[in-house]
Design a protein around this ligand. Structure first.
Ligand code: PLP
Length: 407
């Protein structure tokens, strides 16, 4: 079981005078960083900083080792067979775009189909809309039901010999839906389609094993899992990376350059043009060490317990409408309170020191389907505890009271 007071002591942000009273319930957007991650970044810049892959001197070798060790650390964290299957990107969004440009431009033809789900974050939808427009392909949608769940049987009806890709999130950032991926992946594979898994909300919260999932592509962001901003990951099976074109061109991604044409470096470096975010990769590796030190099972259990508690406490509040599957869901609780606009609610709660999200959560298709403009969203992580849930509930009751003259 996670000892939250001990965990919180590792996070300098919570110790700042202006944050002492903060109830941070927006980890689905970005998390905070423990000192272990901050120190790893600081130490890299103080001790090992140089441009990797280029210098012949020892300092540059240390920078290269730091960067490539981080790659191996990421591979181990997600159960990849080889570190070459890990490409560093800026974030999950860039990783999806890398697949869209590097793979889909070559493998999706006119009349082909790409299947996405209605649950997707814009990052895993808009790039596929653009591929469909550029390639003359068709987007097909796997719909969620009233509870917010997807049905693998419905996928069977969508799959055909024209299906090239299924793009599916493992956990919805808007509704918290947890998709049990294996049946979806197996069905897509049986039809000859590849599968891209959006792990932005799953990799930070639960043990993800790409080989057990048999995912072709997995994307996620470091900043949602205690790592730095500006570092993300594309995992892809090596044969897919070999069959992909680079999407950014320039230094370090080449093996030889002539006047008019060039040859590419090996995988994965051919996808990493220009000087990379080495400190970001080092920080992400430190975040993974930190999470593994606690144990991903313990992290998942903690998140589950808090989310269940939040649902239990919020559900009885009069005029509070909860969205998404009950009771099992990722650590995300979306809701509306009476007719209070979520932005007003979030602003009110902020006055009480409670940070929640409000808006469409970059999931406008979800909002359209539910007939909503926006929801309020509380999301939890390992530094939250029962008191945070209590403060949220109290804040909501106070908001209801405050806004009642306008309701
Ligand atoms: N996918 C999901 C499910 C997300 O929640 C997010 C961010 O909120 C993303 C993708 C995009 O992540 P990033 O903005 O770090 O690229």
């Amino acid at each position: 079981m996670i000892e939250v007071s001990k965990i919180r002591a590792d996070f300098p942000l919570f110790a700042q005078p202006e944050n002492r009273d903060l109830v941070y319930l927006d980890s689905a957007a970005t998390t905070h960083r423990p000192r272990q991650v901050l120190e790893a970044i600081d130490e890299f810049y103080r001790r090992d900083n140089a441009n990797p892959h280029r210098g012949a001197y020892r300092l540059a070798e240390r920078a290269t080792t730091a960067y490539e060790s981080a790659r191996s650390r990421v591979a181990a964290f997600i159960g990849a067979g080889r570190s070459e299957e890990v490409v560093f990107t800026r974030n999950a969004t860039e990783a999806v775009n890398l697949v869209a440009w590097g793979w889909a431009e070559r493998h999706v033809r006119e009349g082909d189909e790409i299947i996405v789900t209605e649950l997707e974050h814009h990052s895993n939808l808009v790039p596929w809309q653009m591929v469909a427009q550029r390639r003359g392909a068709k987007l097909r949608f796997l719909e969620f039901d009233q509870a917010g769940n997807l049905d693998p049987v419905q996928l069977e009806g969508l799959l055909s010999e024209r299906s090239r890709l299924l793009a599916i999130t493992q956990v919805s950032n808007a509704l918290g839906t947890i998709n049990p991926l294996r049946p979806f992946i197996d069905k897509a594979h049986a039809a000859g389609a590849l599968v891209l898994v959006d792990g932005a909300q799953s990799v930070p919260h639960t043990a993800v094993d790409v080989r057990a999932l048999d995912a072709d592509f997995l994307v996620f962001s470091g900043h949602k899992m205690l790592g730095p901003l500006g570092i993300g990951v594309l995992y892809a099976k090596i044969e897919h990376l070999e069959a992909m074109e680079p999407f950014l061109f320039g230094g370090d991604m080449i093996s030889s350059v002539g006047y008019h044409s060039s040859e590419w470096n090996d995988v994965p470096w051919k996808f990493e043009a220009g000087t990379q975010n080495v400190a970001g990769a080092v920080g992400l590796a430190a975040a993974m060490d930190y999470l593994d030190g606690i144990g991903m099972e313990a992290v998942a259990e903690h998140d589950r317990r808090l989310t269940r508690l939040a649902v239990e406490k919020l559900a009885p509040i009069d005029q509070l409408h909860l969205y998404g599957p009950m009771p099992e869901r990722g650590p995300v609780v979306s809701f509306n309170l009476a007719t209070i606009h979520p932005h007003d609610l979030a602003t009110f709660l902020d006055q009480k020191g409670i940070a929640i999200r409000s808006g469409h959560h970059c999931a406008q298709v979800v909002m359209r389907k539910l007939g909503l403009a926006a929801t309020a969203r509380a999301s939890f992580y390992l530094y939250n505890d029962e008191q945070d849930v209590e403060r949220l509930v109290t804040g909501l009751l106070q908001a209801k009271d405050y806004f009642k003259k306008w309701l």
